[in-house]
Design a protein around this ligand. Structure first.
Ligand SMILES: [Cu+2]
Length: 183
C-alpha cells in the first residue's frame, strides 16, 4: 500500500508540474475595440478577453484607458463578466474624441495564480471605414464561448494523458514488487 500511495503521489505531482509548464498566465487574447483597430466612432466601453479565466480579487484585474496626453478616460471600475470569467470590461467616462488611446491591462490567472500585464492601442478616427457586416459576423463568431473551452480541454488532455500513462506504469511496478520480495 505504501508503494501504491507513492505512485499516486508521484502521478499527482507530475500532473501539477505539467499544469504549471502548460499554463502561460492569463494573457491578452482579443478585445473590442481590437488591438491596433481604427474605428470611426467612440466605443462606450472596452472589452478584453484573456487566455485564462481570471481570479476574482479586488484590484487584481485592471484596465486603464489612457488618452495620448496620459489622461485616464475610463471610470476605473473594471469588472469580470458574471458569465465569462475570461472577460474583463471597463466603461468610458464620456465619448472619446478622435485620437489614439492606450489600454493598459493587468491580470491574475485563476488557473495558476500568476499575474501578467501588457497594453495595446486603438484609434478613434472619423474617417475610418465603418465595420463591414462580414467583420461584424466574424467578431460575433469569435465570441462563441465554446472555442476557449475546447482549447482548454485539449491543454488538459496533453497534461493528463502522459501523467496517467506514467502513473499506470508506476502502479504496475508497485503491484509486481511484492512478488520480487521486500527488502
Ligand atoms: Cu501562468
Amino acid at each position: 500500500m505504501t508503494r501504491l500511495a507513492t505512485a499516486v503521489a508521484v502521478t499527482v505531482a507530475l500532473a501539477l508540474a505539467g499544469t504549471t509548464v502548460v499554463g502561460a498566465h492569463s494573457e491578452y487574447e482579443r478585445s473590442v475595440p481590437a488591438a491596433g483597430a481604427r474605428i470611426p466612432r467612440s466605443p462606450t466601453k472596452v472589452d478584453v478577453w484573456f487566455t485564462q479565466e481570471l481570479f476574482r480579487r479586488a484590484g487584481a484585474n485592471t484596465l486603464a484607458v489612457l488618452a495620448a496626453d496620459g489622461r485616464r478616460v475610463d471610470d476605473g471600475q473594471a469588472g469580470i463578466d458574471a458569465d465569462d470569467r475570461s472577460l474583463l470590461s471597463v466603461a468610458l467616462l464620456e465619448p472619446l474624441v478622435p485620437g489614439t488611446y492606450r489600454v493598459e491591462w493587468q491580470s491574475l490567472s485563476a488557473l495558476d495564480g500568476d499575474t501578467a500585464q501588457g497594453s495595446f492601442e486603438f484609434t478613434v478616427d472619423p474617417t475610418a471605414p465603418e465595420p463591414t457586416s462580414a467583420a461584424r459576423a466574424e467578431s460575433a463568431a469569435d465570441e462563441a464561448p465554446g472555442l476557449t473551452g475546447s482549447a482548454t480541454s485539449l491543454t488538459w488532455l496533453a497534461v493528463a494523458l502522459p501523467a496517467a500513462l506514467l502513473g499506470g506504469l508506476l502502479l504496475v511496478q508497485a503491484a509486481r514488487a511484492p512478488f520480487e520480495g521486500e527488502s
